[in-house]
Design a protein around this ligand. Structure first.
Ligand code: KIV
Length: 276
């Protein structure tokens, strides 16, 4: 059964936790879908973990469409949410609707996600009015890394905490179906979760959120450039991949691969007749 915005609402009401992971390609999305994940986020984190940029700012709408479409083809049941990249919505409400429309039409997304609260209320409302579901993202919003002066926990002071609460209420009022809380103190995230009717999806925001999301390369120990405090390694796939690559190199160098069972045969007579 396809997970939808209605499933998000139902999960909030029943208290069942929502599971979400990022993916950026067909094969990974298919594996997650088969494992039973509720939703897949094609995050603009792809700029860092897939494309090797130092932050998410260089990512384009075309990048999101390319990876979004691949993930959609692999996700039969999981809901696919695709990030709106930096400068695809900040410039105007009109640009926000056009970019979201392209991500849905060309990127085959079920919903879009954008960073920001009170400041982007009108943008969210306009996209929702165009019948496109929006997940909001507040707290430590990576597209504001330069404005924040680094990747920092948000909401620790009274002023910041009040702003976060206002942001959460604003995106709910604008019609977002869910909101991601990134790098927010657990007690504040719990309070925000308790006052919203839409689900909160936490990343570095404690256990009281209605669901959780992680970048899959982080949870599988495949990305070592930067590991935030909130990351748990659920497997050591990075090490396993390196071991497998080394085994391949070794077998090719030592003429052990390909073996008999990996090769195709030709009738000896046929070969003899075509030799020069
Ligand atoms: O881009 C991304 O992967 C995200 C998650 C960190 C929530 O926005």
């Amino acid at each position: 059964m396809k997970f939808t915005t209605a499933s998000f609402k139902k999960a909030k009401e029943s208290g069942e936790k929502i599971t979400m992971l990022t993916a950026y390609d067909y094969s990974t999305a298919k594996l997650m879908d088969e494992a039973g994940i509720d939703a897949i986020l094609v995050g603009d984190s792809l700029g860092m973990v897939m494309l090797g940029y130092e932050n998410t700012l260089p990512v384009t709408v075309e990048d999101m469409i390319h990876h979004g479409a691949a993930v959609s083809r692999g996700a039969e049941n999981a809901m696919v949410v695709v990030d709106m990249p930096f400068m695809s919505y900040q410039t105007s409400v009109y640009d926000a609707v056009v970019s979201a429309g392209r991500i849905i039409k060309e990127g085959r997304a079920d919903a879009v996600k954008l960073e920001g609260g009170v400041k982007y209320k009108e943008h969210i409302r306009a996209i929702v009015d165009a019948q496109i579901p929006v997940m909001a993202h507040i707290g430590m919003t990576p597209q504001s890394v330069n404005a924040f002066g680094g990747f920092k926990v948000q909401g620790k002071s009274i002023e910041q905490a009040k702003q976060l609460i206002a942001d959460a209420k604003a995106v709910e009022e604008a019609g977002a179906f869910a909101v991601t809380l990134e790098c927010v103190p657990a007690d504040l995230a719990a309070y925000i979760t308790s006052i919203l009717s839409i689900p909160t999806i936490g990343i570095g925001a404690g256990n009281a959120c209605d669901g959780q999301v992680l970048v899959y390369q982080d949870m599988l120990a495949m990305y070592s450039d930067f590991t935030p405090k909130f990351v748990k390694h659920f497997g050591n796939v990075g090490e396993e991949m390196k071991k497998s690559f080394k085994a391949y190199i070794d077998e090719v160098k030592n003429k052990l691969f390909p073996a008999e069972e990996h090769t195709f045969k030709i009738d000896k007579e046929v070969l003899e007749q075509c030799k020069l």
